[in-house]
Design a protein around this ligand. Structure first.
Ligand code: ZN
Length: 144
């Protein structure tokens, strides 16, 4: 269970996207958030207001959306988890678009303990490429 103060899954999506937009462009506009999350601008307005009330971001007249320290910390943890999942799923030769879509689908549902296991498993397979190779061969064999 998430703590009461932890952001909801959809709030996490917004924080992740806002963080990425600010990193990429230096600012996050409602129109960009709406298009990357494929939601209506009215939904963005509502969520941005809620995230503001929860202390994750502020709206500044000339700068637009600014993540607070708390918002930055949460967003960077979300991004780190995304990176861990990318590292894990990229080991198996799946198409990048499939990986990206599936990671976006599951990432907010995983507990830190599970993400930790996947990080360790990724590290283990990276250090033991012969085991990964064996696994790949067995899988291919099974498909024939
Ligand atoms: Zn993500």
């Amino acid at each position: 269970m998430a703590e009461p103060s932890a952001p909801s899954q959809s709030a996490e999506d917004y924080l992740e996207r806002i963080y990425e937009l600010i990193k990429e462009k230096g600012y996050a506009r409602a129109v960009d958030i709406a298009s990357t999350l494929q939601v209506k601008q009215a939904s963005v307005t509502g969520m941005v207001q809620k995230l503001g009330e929860l202390g994750y971001l502020n709206y500044e007249k000339y700068h637009g959306l600014i993540l607070t320290e708390k918002g930055r910390q949460v967003a960077s943890a979300i991004q780190k988890r995304h990176a861990t999942l990318t590292r894990f799923f990229s080991l198996f030769g799946l198409p990048p678009e499939t990986q990206q879509r599936d990671i976006e689908g599951i990432e907010h549902h995983l507990s830190p303990a599970t993400v930790d296991v996947l990080a360790d498993l990724a590290g283990f397979l990276e250090k033991n490429p012969e085991i990964l190779e064996q696994f790949r061969k067995i899988r291919q064999g099974g498909k024939r």
